[in-house]
Design a binder for this molecule. Structure first.
Ligand code: FES
Length: 164
């Protein structure tokens, strides 16, 4: 009788200690190993109708959580680029007086192909695909060919090594 009571108390203490240890370690483990969150990005968004754009103008739209600049060149071609400046991440804008993309933060300039032409931006703005269907302007993420992905990856690591 005495032995079984002792073993019962031992089991009770053992499981209580295990539960206490688990309740302490589990939150710590969850804090140290945060779950992987995948940011949902839409495949394509409607930037507006063709009639909303006029030559030598641009506007910022939301592509998921990121801004995208959609512009119409003086020649009437609609193009889209990431609106996140490659210098320090400010949102760029279209300057009708300059006829190209401009970043107000540190006077960065990009041409109508998104190429950095003046100021501190180190890289071009990533382009987006533009398709017009039923009078609507669709903007979608550009799918890179394998060679382009390798070049982008290599350039990214090269630029990163130049910053340090
Ligand atoms: S953040 Fe755009 S030029 Fe510096």
């Amino acid at each position: 009788m005495k032995g079984s009571r002792r073993s019962f108390v031992n089991v009770l203490l053992g499981t209580s200690f295990g539960a206490l240890l688990g309740s302490i370690l589990y939150p710590i483990a969850k804090f140290l190993l945060p779950p992987k969150t995948v940011e949902a990005q839409p495949g394509s968004v409607v930037a507006g109708t063709v009639g909303e754009f006029k030559p030598n103008s641009g506007k910022i739209i939301k592509f998921g959580t990121k801004p995208v600049i959609v512009l119409e060149t003086p020649g009437g071609e609609i193009r889209a680029f990431s609106a996140v400046c490659t210098h320090l991440g400010c949102t760029v804008q279209y300057r009708e007086d300059l006829g190209h993309i401009w970043c107000a933060c540190h006077n960065g300039h990009y041409d109508l192909n998104g190429i950095n032409i003046a100021g501190p931006p180190p890289r071009p703005l990533p382009p987006f695909d533009v398709k017009i269907k039923d009078d609507k302007v669709f903007v979608s993420r550009r799918v890179l060919a394998a060679a382009d992905r390798m070049r982008k990856k290599w350039l990214g690591s090269w630029f990163a090594s130049k910053k340090t």
